[in-house]
Design a binder for this molecule. Sequence first.
Ligand code: NBP
Length: 483
Amino acid sequence: ARADIGVVGLAVMGRNLARNLARHGHVVALHNRTRARVGELVERYGDEGEFVAAEDAASFVAALKRPRRVVVMVKAGTGTDAAIEELLPHLEEGDIVVDGGNAHFEDTRRRERDLRERGLHFVGTGVSGGEEGALLGPSIMPGGSRESYDALGPILESIAVDVDGTPCCTYVGPDGAGHFVKMVHNGIEYADMQLIGEAYDLLRQGLGMEPSDLAKVFAEWNEGDLESFLIETTATVLAKVDAATGSPLVDVVVDQAEQKGTGRWTVQTALELGVPVTGIAEAVFARSLSGAADQRRAVRDAGSLPGPSGSLSPQEAEGFVDDVRSALYASKVVAYAQGFDMIAAGSEHYGWGIDKGAMATIWRGGCIIRARFLDRIREAYDRDPHLASLLLDDYFAGAVADAQDAWRRVVVAAVRLGVPAPGFSSALAYYDALRRDRLPAALLQGLRDFFGAHTYARVDREGIYHVLWSEDGSEVRQDAEAG
Ligand code: NBP
């Protein structure tokens, strides 16, 4: 056996990961359900490094040095189960199976348990950066046993993208932790893109700017605090002219956003954990609304839902670009703060012990949300690993305080113009709710006690109370201490 690592599943992602591994000097065994893909890879890219083309699962496993390290990179779900099933009879105690696909973290927990019972390590690994990242350096989020990371980590770190001398790969935590973190990463990506979309829409509707001018605005923003892959890409997409029509590309693309499901998973899981990731939820719902084509057409055809006739005053218009930039930054801080709260909640619930600062560190390169901003998040967690919210870090608190007047002006402008800005406005609502001394939840508790005898706690005394609403209206104590 001479291969350092093996890759199963040689579609775009697996093929590029295998090439990346080989380019970094690792001997890579190859296996794919449809055998032709193995030959194709070796034929086209064989000179990039050393590959072992396996005939079947048995010879693939036999080609690997022990403990065997196998990366499964197939279609998530039944594809992953089938690929693992095929390998199992050939693997031996201590071998490591890595799933680099976009698995749901609960599936990863199940697979990890099953393989652990057979004496094998299962490493559910988030891989971000798409095809290009897989080839040139992804961000890698491996979960599983610590022990398996000792044997696997150095190889993964060698192929991950490097930012300032630090690889964008680190041990995340046991069982489903890696895929959980990847899921939240994707959720944050949804929120970030929604906010960018709102900024674009507000500037276009509010100021009547053309996409080519807006491209320049985003390019300029990319020079400052907002510097990120997504802002840079926004400038590129807005500047793109459609060859067939001569129109801006953004005007000929159908305005229905698709989704593969990781944003939805994030929100479903957040609902279970009780974490308010409002930015991600608004982003998922905004995509759903955009996709409700029949309903939108019916509303448009009916022409019966009027909007406002407002426009920006010349004075408002003057500072609007800067205001939108500030609102975007503040909303983005909120969305990321919520995402990191979700990582904290998942880590707590499942006992993963995830280091949030380390997650910010490995997202600085390779992945879609890579940004200068993530250095700030890492620094915040370096200063205080137990921050109750990113918003409490001095830097972020200051940034949001500086932005808040502009943020409020933009939300008001959006309402007056009739431009939907659910990301901006819900982020502001979250910020305001978080900083309030008292919330109207007290009234909700009163209502719940009235119609369901759900009881309430008091601000001034211990205990659980209920009002005898339909009797004499007196308050009774209901917990064990009562009477
Ligand atoms: P696909 O998701 O398109 O899957 C194709 C691969 O799965 C092929 O190798 C195919 O084998 C194999 N496969 C299938 Br389909 N069913 C199988 C089965 N029952 N048993 C064994 N193998 C099976 O490939 P991809 O786009 O390269 O993505 C791979 C994984 O990486 C996915 O989980 C994806 O979600 C994840 N991911 C993708 C990206 C991205 O940007 N594309 C980014 C990050 C993560 P065949 O050749 O015999 O059909």
